[in-house]
Design a binder for this molecule. Sequence first.
Ligand code: ADP
Length: 297
Amino acid sequence: MRDGESSTRAGDDVGQQVRDRKLEDYLEREALGRRMDQIKHKILILSGKGGVGKSTVAASLAISLALSGHRVGLLDVDIHGPSVPKLLNIEGRRISVRDETIIPIEFDKNLRVMSIGLLLQRDDDAVIWRGPMKMGAIKQFLKDVEWGELDYLIIDSPPGTGDEPLSVCQLIEKADGAVIVTTPQDIAVTDVRKAITFCWRLSLRVLGVVENMSGFVCPKCGEVTHIFKRGGGEKLAFEMGVPFLGRIPIDPQVVEASDSGKLYLHFLSQSETARAFAEVIRPVLAMVEPARHDEKT
Ligand code: ADP
């Protein structure tokens, strides 16, 4: 074969590969779109950085919604620190796969849960994945989980404003918006500014900011101490013109419940903090389903 011919054939092969890749991408997006169309409302939970309680807020909002009678899915795609399995004590549960789809765990009659952590064999698995592998895993995971019909899907996204949350936000088309979690101190609030700008760039509605770990309520005397300052999240939300959803106090019972996988039970106990979470979700519901909310009020 002459040089010219072999390079033309190599070019054709590359062209075919590019076309195949595009078709595969298109089919994956279609499949994801079909699954997402069965879900009425999709809410992303974001944070400017890790450790502010994003997963706790995501799980708590999902539990709160489920307990108030909505059909809810909780999806944990925080590839670096998937904490939902621990919070709900589903670590080690086997994933069931049917017809190449992943069946979420029926945690309660109104709550289905799936975490990327259940796919990882060891805690450090995700860390050693290279960038494209992580993106591929996130995409495939979003596409393959068969939720069925839901009122709400709460998505615990990876923290920050890098490539991973970007992929998640871009893949979940027609999301109702994002709830951004922060703690009250200045350094966390600076990251929230970035998270809000990130949403704006993606034309993703900011449903509001939650100030977590806002004040410590003494279990003995009930006095509130503002260990990390107070009001940073609220001030920033006001400055940037986005809703402020409320404050959640630091609650030793939440730490205990999270560490022992009893977050759900904690909610059933109707603690002050559980009530604070329920209050946070109220304005979100009013935003995403105003007609229904008006009927009730
Ligand atoms: P992130 O998802 O932002 O990394 P997590 O939700 O995993 O954060 O929370 C980090 C730690 O903080 C966990 O141990 C969790 O139990 C604790 N935590 C979160 N919110 C609260 C709260 N309101 N009161 C007490 N502890 C909390």
